[in-house]
Ligand binder design. Sequence first.
Ligand code: URP
Ligand code: ZN
Ligand code: ZN
Length: 461
Amino acid sequence: MSILIKNGRVITASESYIADVYTEGEQIVAIGKNLNYKADKVIDATNKLVFPGGIDPHVHLDMPFMGTYSSDDYETGTRAALFGGTTMVIDFILQTQGDTLHNALKTWQQKSIGKAIGDYSYHMAVTDFNDDVAKEVVQFIEEEGISSFKTFMAYKGALMIDDGQMVQLMKVVEKHGGLVTVHATNGDMIDSLIAKNRSEGNLSPLYHYLSQPEVTEAEASGRFADMLNYTDCPGYIVHMTCEGALNAIRKATQRNQKVFIETCIQYLLLDASLYEKGFEGAKWVMSPPLREKKDQEALWSGINQGLIQVIGTDHCPFMLEQKKMGINDFSKIPNGHPAIEHRMELLYSEGVDHGKISLTKYVEISSTNAAKIFGMYPRKGTIAIGSDADIVIFDPKKTHTISKETHHMNCDYSGYEGRKVTGKIETVILRGKIAIENNACKLKAGHGQFIARSKTSKTVI
Ligand code: URP
Ligand code: ZN
Ligand code: ZN
């Protein structure tokens, strides 16, 4: 199949210009003015933006967590992602403590192969590090195309590793060209605050927020940066939410250290006042929790200062019935919310349309930087000759309203119900095939491919 996209404004992480883009098979073959190819399909993109398919490097699909499973699987989750202009996601494989990484990989392959509609990769979450796991880490980097290893400094007893394991893991990962990513919050401190609140009968969702104060994230982020500095390992902090954590990494940069930072769209747009709505606040129970307006300002500044490189979602949806597992105890509410579908539109509307970020910055943080950091660039994350034809055609003027009635995520609420946005994903192309057109998904389960990733380093950006 060949597609000729005519007269759109092509946006990359560094350029903005009007051109035609021609794709053949799975790749971009030509970019230029007045291209004269005979294509199977011609799309008039006059007055539209043409940018690389979004990459969301932080999603949890069909994940066992807190006694239940996240409600989007690979089919529904990657379909919803495509509707929102995200052509590739990176999910997290969770090692079961006491078991091997390879067994966990098999479990996640069963969830994804034949089901994914959009492209995907996995981070490998190491929850139990020892000498045998160290050998598997090397095999994952060298043979499986999985070069990023997730760690948790919280969720003790299920996912957390201690600082000794962390440092040993970093040494192995550094030696073999991988990257350590982290959920950076002080698990022991949070557990003690949860226990105190529960013992005092403070059981509503508000106490989820009050049990994870800013210092728990700032302290762990700084500690993680110190361990990276000691081991010389490249690192990436997922879902950073607050000024204190950002300042901890700003300080690390004074010793010329680079620590990649991701924040998520909800931390830029939503705040902790949502926890004052009684049990409805459970819709936004996630870890770390939503923060304050001053944190949103700090995060937007961090993006423009280049301290924050990536915007993800931490998409981890649960139905309202699942959220009710914690109706009498905030600590039993499954953590997470639905977000995979609206990251690109919300970031455009609130970021570009409201004048907070440039169009090139938009592409950089929604696609290009993730491709670079996670070893997929320039196959993914840009509009260039030879890159995968993962392309979004976007109407920057069209307005619409987000609602659970119209979204495609398998979740019976939206965290943004009724919110008006400017700019609409119109057409999405995945590896040269039309994925989304006229508000319909044209691809079937099984179209999505696992994308093997290469080694990475601190200097990719
Ligand atoms: O609340 C969250 N974030 N749920 C998913 C697991 C994690 O910590 O990322
Ligand atoms: Zn996390
Ligand atoms: Zn997560």
